[in-house]
Design a protein. Structure first.
Length: 380
């Protein structure tokens, strides 16, 4: 295979979900909900199939979905976009990330990513021929050190790839951190790809601030989100970007030759879901916050050092208080010993030392499943 695939291996999520199936483990590894999104959403997709929405959708997305994305950005963040020129529907956020990197990264360019990073970032950067430059978010609260970010910028830096709420740490970038990122991007004329797929999964009354809302960022920001997270339909693979007309045109130039268009019958259904009342979004948060606390309290009482997340549906623990030193060893042992699967942080780092004792657990599961996992973990 080509050099650009070297080191990409098999994604940890496929590996760990296969391990969970093989060992009959409770799967708190790969992040996907074990219940589906709202009934109205599911019914709308079925109705769209019956009504004949089964051929290629328009390349940029069906007009109702593009309008709904615009309305959503206005309603939650006061941001204004033109549905014809400033929105692009993608095949999940994963395609959006890959297409954005292909659109902006020249071979040899440097892309700064917050480490630990979601695994498709490393692959996307590599496939675009770029070099990854990590800036590490450190336990226990995983704040961004703006001086470290500044120090990582070189004349070869082209793109900052950020993610908030952040997978796997669950940290949410603060207003000063976002201002710092924006300032640096403007000073060095960088494009910022901002992965905001967990925008609605944010707890304790915290607010999500889109990077695109900061002064001077509109023309250099690729904002990414996904229906998979907000509506618990990860298998639908409907994501989107918003950005200036030139940003959207650039990303679409890549997207049109990756997939051409994205899941036609799902698009009108997601359009309706984006217009659901605030009670949907509030209930999603409240529900996941309760699950977060159930799992975090349980892991704490089992002796783990728990880094309770501000957002996402993942919690990170340090396994050293239980006598383990290495998260990979811990996660390999876990299915046989306790019948539970989790994800070692190390796979999300270049500086693997920083992630060595850390393990990620997904809490987007029904409470009785989380309880079952906790009961099994008492066997450790
Ligand atoms: N970005 C992050 C941070 C994620 O956690 C995920 C979901 N695993 C994605 C992107 C991919 O989203 P999608 O399933 O819509 O492709
Ligand atoms: N985003 C999910 C996670 O981080 C799963 C993504 C995947 O399986 N590629 O666990």
């Amino acid at each position: 295979h080509a050099q650009r695939l070297t080191g990409l291996g098999t994604t940890i999520f496929a590996e760990m979900s296969a391990l969970a199936a093989r060992t009959g483990s409770v799967n708190l590894g790969q992040g996907f909900p074990d219940t589906d999104g709202p009934d109205s959403l599911l019914e709308d997709a079925i109705a769209a199939i019956r009504a004949g929405a089964n051929q290629y959708a328009p390349g940029r997305g069906v007009p109702t979905l593009r309008q709904a994305i615009v309305d959503h950005q206005k309603r939650f963040y006061g941001l204004e976009y033109d549905p014809d020129t400033e929105v692009l529907v993608t095949t999940g956020a994963t395609e959006a990330i890959a297409a954005a990197l292909l659109a902006y990264v020249e071979p040899g360019d440097e892309v700064i990513a917050l480490e630990p990073y979601y695994d498709s970032y490393a692959a996307g950067i590599a496939m675009a021929g770029g070099h990854r430059v990590p800036v590490t978010l450190r336990a226990p609260d995983y704040r961004l050190d703006l001086d470290e970010l500044r120090a990582a910028v070189t004349p070869r830096t082209k793109v900052l790839l950020i993610n908030s709420p952040h997978n796997p740490t669950g940290s949410v970038l603060t207003d000063p951190e976002l201002r710092g990122i924006a300032g640096l991007a403007i000073e060095h004329d960088l494009v910022v790809i901002t992965d905001e797929v967990y925008e609605h999964l944010i707890y304790d009354e915290l607010q999500h601030h889109p990077l695109a809302s900061y002064d001077g960022m509109a023309d250099r920001t690729v904002s990414i989100s996904s229906a998979g997270k907000t509506f618990s339909v990860t298998g639908w693979k409907i994501g989107w970007i918003t950005g200036s007309p030139s940003v959207v045109t650039a990303v679409n130039t890549a997207k049109q030759f990756l997939t051409f268009t994205s899941g036609a019958p799902f698009q009108p259904a997601v359009a309706n879901a984006l217009a659901l009342g605030n009670e949907y979004f509030d209930a999603l948060r409240a529900d996941l916050q309760a699950r977060r606390d159930l799992l975090c309290d349980g892991l704490e009482s089992l002796g783990f050092e728990v880094h309770r997340p501000q957002g996402t549906y993942f919690v990170t623990t340090d396994v050293r208080p239980l006598g383990y030193t290495d998260g990979i060893d811990f996660c390999r042992m876990l299915p046989d010993r306790a019948g539970v699967v989790a994800i070692p942080h190390q796979v999300f780092y270049d500086n693997t030392e920083s992630g060595r004792p850390l393990v990620r657990w997904a809490f987007c599961k029904q409470p009785h499943i989380l309880q079952e996992a906790l009961t099994r973990l008492t066997q450790l």
